[in-house]
Design a protein around this ligand. Structure first.
Ligand code: 4GX
Length: 286
């Protein structure tokens, strides 16, 4: 996979390319990251990449010409014009594991990193083939977002992860990656390591039992319950087994009973003369 990154801060990527997964994939030849300084695609003496927004307003906007010129140069150099050109921006479609998987199936990706108030809209409409956001929060530039995209995509490439199986055990592993006993689409189960007791906190007994079947079931149940509590939106997308469905129905029942109990005891408190936090303090007698 070739990543072409167009940025005004190529030095930004120094650190992340020298560590961990991206460093390994670069050394192993599974990826090549080519950093392109947007200013090299300018033609004026001041190497201008931005200008004031038409219509007024604060800040600066990336001019279209350098970006079009930079991408044209990549098309000329590669002899191709059909690779994805991705603009990182909060207006893009959200990066998910499915999007990362889709991107990983291309041989070459161009990532455009904007700064300031944004990029001339003609870049989004007539140069970029895709606009991607890494989440609903505001960054100062597309560089961090591009790094996130490269990391998420690279770990899906064949031969990159030392342990080819470990990917399948993780949260958000795509549904079609099955073939093992994974926990596809669920959040991770909790992990523990030594010591078995720390500050009075014990590791769940089942993990020390050596009973691998029980451990597998416990982990699956933990993953299922955690996903149900924290990310029910993920569960809604999954095809659950009848066993999993039954587990969730049981969780729902016990949770309902628990809230009923709380509501009942609060209702009793309301009826008592002693104040409960539901009573209006202004009505309280001396
Ligand atoms: N996921 N930002 C990009 C400038 C910008 C604005 C509009 C193009 C169009 C972000 C995100 C993100 C801040 C990077 C604004 N460029 N990018 N930058 N969230 O917040 O990707």
């Amino acid at each position: 996979m070739i990543f072409d990154v167009i940025t005004i801060f190529p030095e930004f990527f120094g650190g992340i390319l020298e560590h961990g997964l991206l460093k390994r994939a670069l050394a192993g030849g599974q990826i090549d990251i080519r950093l392109h300084d947007l200013r090299d695609a300018t033609e004026d003496r001041h190497r201008t990449v931005d200008d004031r927004p038409f219509g007024g307003g604060p800040g600066m906007v990336f001019k279209p010409e350098p970006l079009f010129r930079a991408v044209d140069a990549l098309k000329a150099e590669s002899g191709k014009s059909d690779f994805p050109v991705i603009l990182l921006s909060p207006q893009g479609r959200l990066l998910t594991q499915a999007v990362a998987k889709e991107l990983s199936e291309h041989a070459r990706l161009t990532l455009i990193c904007g700064r300031y108030e944004g990029v001339d809209e003609r870049v989004a409409t007539h140069l970029a083939t895709d606009e991607i956001s890494i989440g609903d929060y505001v960054l100062s530039g597309g560089e961090l977002a591009a790094a996130v995209v490269m990391e998420a995509v690279t770990r899906l490439l064949p031969g990159v992860l030392g342990n080819e199986a470990s990917r399948e055990y993780e949260s958000f592993a795509p549904l079609d990656s099955s073939g093992g006993p994974g926990h596809e689409g669920l959040l991770d189960f909790p992990q523990y390591t030594r010591p078995a007791e720390f500050a009075g906190l014990r590791v769940p007994e089942v993990l020390l039992s050596g009973n691998h079947e029980e451990i597998r079931e416990w982990r699956h149940r933990q993953a299922l319950e955690k996903t149900w509590r924290r990310r029910p939106d993920l569960l809604a997308k999954l095809q659950l087994s009848p066993e999993d469905r039954a587990v969730l129905e049981e969780l729902q029942r016990t949770e309902l009973e628990r809230t009923n109990d709380v509501i009942l005891s609060e209702a009793k408190n309301l009826g008592r003369s002693e104040s409960s936090h539901y009573r209006n303090p202004s009505l309280r007698s001396g």
